[in-house]
Design a protein around this ligand. Structure first.
Ligand code: PEP
Ligand code: MN
Length: 341
């Protein structure tokens, strides 16, 4: 299946900038729509907040000249009304908006009956329910064309990304809403030019339906997000790496995957049985601690366990953060089982 590619500047900055970018993007057959922010959500006051209505006029004119449709972010009902007035057929809800059900509800009311296509960025916080909720609200407002956009999540530790991907959250959205296409926004996820391509290729491996990428004729001079925007030439290189690959037949694939999947099934079954044995031992220990009047939780013992397991995990090549998180989950359950027994 061919992929959807939406590209364009973070912000609309002038008629000339939009004309330049549209002239380049229309040469790339994969690019089906141009993005450009007209109202920019800024974390701190005083930064460039977008050009508003005049930019919508440029979009309308350039769209008529080039045949390329445009889309922009809406965060208020008034934005939706202006977009409709200027003939835009697609808008997106930004990450900050998806986070707020009141705002989503107001925008839905403005969109009702408009026939707009709506893209929904994930919420800034890693909560799939807000993302699902925004999509459900749009659906309830009669919006038929809805696409999710995964742009990553704000966290203290983003592991080198501007916004942590947490791919599992997007995969959960896809499990819940298998008919909603999902695009990856590697620009806001990466936050730097060099991360855009590796993230886009990871999304391709996960079978995303396409990309929304920031592209600017002169990224270094961009008024917003200058570190992460690609030049049109860089987008050509990215799209070359991202092109559709021939997929193998279902049989060939299953011949190679089935034996490995069977081993994974066996390992999962063994892990569950070992976890049940571990919890049974916790219950026995709880009995002894109760008899001996000893508290359930002993911090010294837990610190020793963690240090020992992290050492072994390192020898086995397992990721330290993953190991720590998994052990904390198991330990939490073990404490719960001891308190309950
Ligand atoms: C944007 O697309 O320029 C933007 C502000 O996105 P997000 O809502 O993902 O931060
Ligand atoms: Mn941006």
């Amino acid at each position: 299946m061919s992929k959807t590619i939406i590209a364009g500047p973070c912000s609309a900055e002038s008629r000339e900038q939009l004309q330049q970018v549209a002239a380049e993007l229309r040469k790339m057959p994969q690019v089906t729509m141009i993005r450009a922010g007209v109202w920019k959500p800024r974390t701190r006051p005083g930064a460039f907040e977008g050009l508003g209505e005049p930019a919508l006029g440029w979009m309308r004119d350039i769209s008529a000249e080039t045949g390329m449709p445009f889309c922009c972010e809406v965060a208020r009902p008034e934005h939706v009304e202006l977009c409709l007035q200027y003939g835009l057929q697609c808008v997106w809800l930004g990450a900050r908006t998806t986070t707020n059900p009141f705002m989503v509800e107001e925008i839905c009311a403005a969109l009702r009956g408009s026939g707009m296509q709506v893209l929904v960025k994930n919420p800034v916080c890693p909560d799939v329910r807000l993302w699902l909720g925004a999509i459900e609200r749009l659906h309830n407002a009669g919006i038929e064309s809805i696409t999710a956009v995964h742009r990553g999540f704000s966290m203290y530790n983003t592991g080198g990304y501007r916004n942590a991907p947490l791919w599992e959250i997007a995969l959960e959205l896809r499990r819940e809403l298998p008919d909603v296409p999902i695009l990856c926004d590697p620009s806001h996820m990466g936050g730097s030019r060099s991360l855009v391509e590796p993230i886009a290729l990871a999304a391709q491996q996960l079978d995303y339906d396409g990309l929304m990428v920031e592209v600017h004729p002169d990224p270094d001079a961009a008024m917003t997000d200058s570190n992460q925007q690609l030049t049109p030439a860089e987008l050509v290189t990215l799209l070359d790496a991202y092109r559709d690959r021939p997929t193998p037949s279902a049989d060939t694939l299953s011949n190679r995957l089935t034996p490995l999947r069977q081993q994974i099934d066996d390992i999962d079954h063994s892990m569950l049985s070992l976890l049940a044995q571990r919890m049974a031992l916790s219950r026995q220990i709880a009995g002894i601690k109760r008899e001996m009047n000893t508290p359930v939780y002993q911090s010294g013992r837990w610190a020793d366990v963690m240090a020992d397991r992290l050492r072994i995990a390192a020898e086995l090549g397992l990721d330290a953060d993953f190991t720590k998180e998994m052990l904390e989950k198991i330990h939490g359950e073990s404490v719960r089982v001891q308190l309950d027994s």
